[in-house]
Write a protein that binds this ligand. Structure first.
Ligand SMILES: Nc1ncnc2c1ncn2[C@@H]1O[C@H](COP(=O)(O)OP(=O)(O)OP(=O)(O)O)[C@@H](O)[C@H]1O
Ligand SMILES: [Mg+2]
Length: 255
């Protein structure tokens, strides 16, 4: 559905030249949950921005449903790590932002935003200012804002990165349930190997300098994952160990 074909990306600044991605090729299947895992600075966000049409690759191309992607697509949604909700708008009005940009009429915007808030369990706080919500709730608003646009592909860049463990685990289950229900294709960036194993059908492993994809793993655990102890599952434990070995995380720890 989404083909990444020989994508390279170089950032040139007066101070330095960074090869953020070198010759990355990867196909994302319709309806799958794909995670990108790898150390900081290996080009995960860069690739997500290219998939979203926010950045153009220095080389290579993205093909979406048989067509080369040029610029932002209506069918691709993005959830950022920093949600940046507008404090002068209530929760529902924040969810409506993308719909406004599309010119959706006010009554429809309201209905669609409330429906998206219901999906993430926040319909009760639709009218409150966003800064009165907890971090986990704000993150859900970010998910609702993306879902309101009914994307075929949802790109998520470390959406739970700032959250405490308890909230993070709750949201992992919620996202997994939403994904099962909606059938949306998801590309999910995370530093957290356990999170990637819990959520994903496949995991692309990234390494840095230059950023590249060095392996793609099939997780192979049955769904729904929230119904059993994934973390304690022998297959998950072995996969975690092999990912950590592959990424050379232990060799890179300096302190
Ligand atoms: N706008 C920019 N200008 C110059 N260099 C950049 C820019 N954005 C990213 N880089 C560099 O490109 C490389 C890849 O960055 P990127 O943000 O894609 O990594 P990442 O894998 O998302 O890292 P993290 O896990 O820390 O979020 C890094 O070396 C970074 O310093
Ligand atoms: Mg990043």
């Amino acid at each position: 559905m989404l083909e990444i074909e020989h994508v390279s990306h170089v950032y040139e600044t007066p101070q330095r030249r960074v090869e953020a991605l070198r010759d990355v090729s990867l196909g994302i299947r319709e309806g799958e949950f794909m995670s990108f895992v790898g150390p900081s600075g290996c080009g995960k966000t860069t690739l997500l921005r290219i998939l979203d049409g926010l950045a153009e690759p220095s080389d290579g191309r993205i093909v979406f449903n048989g067509r080369e992607l040029t610029g932002v697509s209506r069918d691709i949604g993005f959830v950022f790590q920093d949600i940046n909700l507008l404090p002068w708008r209530n929760v529902r009005e924040n969810v409506e932002i993308g719909l406004e940009a599309r010119g959706t009429p006010a009554a429809d915007r309201r209905r669609i935003a409330l429906e998206a808030l219901r999906m993430v369990g926040l319909e009760d706080v639709a009218n409150v200012p966003p800064y009165t919500l907890s971090g986990g709730m704000q993150q859900r608003v970010g998910v609702a804002r993306a879902l309101a646009l009914h994307p075929k592909v949802l790109l998520m860049d470390e959406p739970f990165g700032h959250l405490d463990n308890f909230t993070r685990e709750t949201l992992q289950i919620e996202i997994s349930k939403l994904w099962s229900k909606l059938g949306t294709t998801v590309v999910f960036v995370t530093h957290d190997v356990d999170e990637a194993i819990f959520l994903s059908d496949r995991i692309a492993l990234f390494q840095g300098k230059p950023g590249r994809v060095t392996d793609v793993l099939d997780v192979g655990l049955p769904h729904p994952r929230w119904e059993f102890n994934v973390r304690g599952d022998t297959r998950a434990i072995e996969m975690r160990e092999s990912i950590i070995q592959h990424l050379g995380v232990r060799d890179e720890v300096l302190v």
